[in-house]
Design a protein. Structure first.
Length: 378
């Protein structure tokens, strides 16, 4: 049986966080079933994606990214069974970068996996996610640029990560169509994990992640508008923004508010959304890619509340601001000065900085994985 490697390259906002948390949390169980989720630290595949695309992610100052792709590829090559990589930041890779990936995995049976859902859900979800990373543009501005094709930074960035068939062509270049898998996100019902797991052939029971963050929670309309306006007055570097605004304000405070209003697109946008979706469907069928799920899931189903983004009232925005301040103030004395890291965190940090420590950690994980593999074979 050939050694396979499944490259899950996106799309962002299609359940990727849940998939990655399940894979990481259950990596020992998977290894026992002959499936490797490579990387010796939780961020290993994230670092590999940054290393593979240095120009795109040059503002993300991650020292551990240097050489991360080569380390990940080495880990994959050393495994005797199936491997799976999952990182949505791989979606916009260039043909040259994809060739680097496939060349590093020469001799293995490479498969590409793309999870996808309809644009009516994707556009609001991606927009609010972009706001959580500091962008200031409004949803109507983004939708107008996408519909008209007018040049705009935000629309160009959107299609870099969401042009489904272009991403499939780039990553699937040179592969038989049956090794390019399109996994559709159900319109309703179960999440995408069962469909994704079926591609890998994984039947082992997966335990839910023990840590928070298995779902990348989206913000509501009021919360996103408040954050968008906050972005207009906050002027700090990315590291500070990510730690304070994205992680604490957005994820820990705004995402936890109750009775939020879902962000939807107005009904007049649905004709062009369905036309674009049908184009994706036709191209996927013509390419004869393996489809897991139903391509009809990519056609936007107009909801009853497709009235567009409601304009939050001044009172609603004020309430969001008060909730944010009220949640943050009690935390400051408790988190300053920060508590010293524990032994495990210290070892992880040292291994990312010192090759000798990383080598010891690799040896430990290789030994553990081979024991699991031997038990399964025995």
């Amino acid at each position: 049986m050939p050694r396979r490697v499944y490259l899950h390259v996106g799309l962002p906002k299609t359940g990727t966080t849940l998939i990655q948390e399940l894979l990481w949390h259950n990596r020992s169980t998977l290894a026992g079933a002959g499936v490797l989720y490579p990387g010796y630290v939780h961020a290993a595949q994230f670092h590999a994606a940054l290393d593979l695309q240095p120009e795109r992610y040059r503002d993300w100052h991650e020292p551990a990214a240097a050489g991360a792709w080569d380390r990940l590829a080495e880990h994959i090559r050393s495994w005797p069974g199936t491997s799976v990589v999952s990182c949505e930041l791989l979606a916009p890779a260039t043909s040259k970068q994809v060739r680097r990936v496939t060349e590093a995995l020469a001799g293995l049976e490479v498969h590409v996996v793309c999870t996808a859902r309809d644009l009516a859900r994707q556009i609001p979800s991606v927009w609010q996610e972009n706001v959580k990373t500091g962008q200031r543009g409004s949803l109507p501005e983004l939708v107008h640029a996408l519909r008209t094709g007018e040049p705009a930074e935000t629309s160009g960035l959107f299609w870099d990560y969401q042009d489904l068939t272009q991403i499939l062509r780039t990553w699937g270049a040179g592969l038989p169509p049956e090794r390019v898998h399109v996994v559709t996100v159900p319109q309703a019902g179960p999440n995408v994990w069962p469909r994704f797991a079926s591609v890998l052939g994984v039947r082992a029971a997966m335990q839910p992640p023990s840590r928070d963050g298995a779902d990348n929670v989206s913000l509501g309309a009021v919360e996103t508008e408040f954050l968008r306006r906050l972005n207009g007055v906050v002027d700090v570097g990315w590291a500070r923004y990510a730690a304070v605004v994205k992680d604490q304000v957005a994820q820990q405070v705004l995402a936890q508010r109750r009775d939020t209003r879902r962000i939807t697109l107005p009904a007049e946008e649905y004709p062009w959304l369905r036309k674009q979706a049908q184009q994706f469907i036709d191209e996927i069928r013509e390419a004869r890619y393996d489809v897991v799920g139903d391509l009809a899931d990519l056609l936007p189903a107009e909801p009853a509340d497709a009235g567009g983004l409601p304009d939050p009232s001044p009172q609603e925005l004020l309430d969001a601001a008060i909730d944010t301040v009220a949640a943050l103030v009690p935390r400051l004395p408790e988190e300053w000065p920060p508590n010293p890291p524990g032994l495990k965190d210290t070892l992880v940090t040292l291994s990312e900085r010192h090759p000798a420590v990383m080598a010891m950690r690799r040896g430990y994980w290789k030994g553990k994985a081979r024991i699991s593999w031997a038990r399964r074979r025995g």
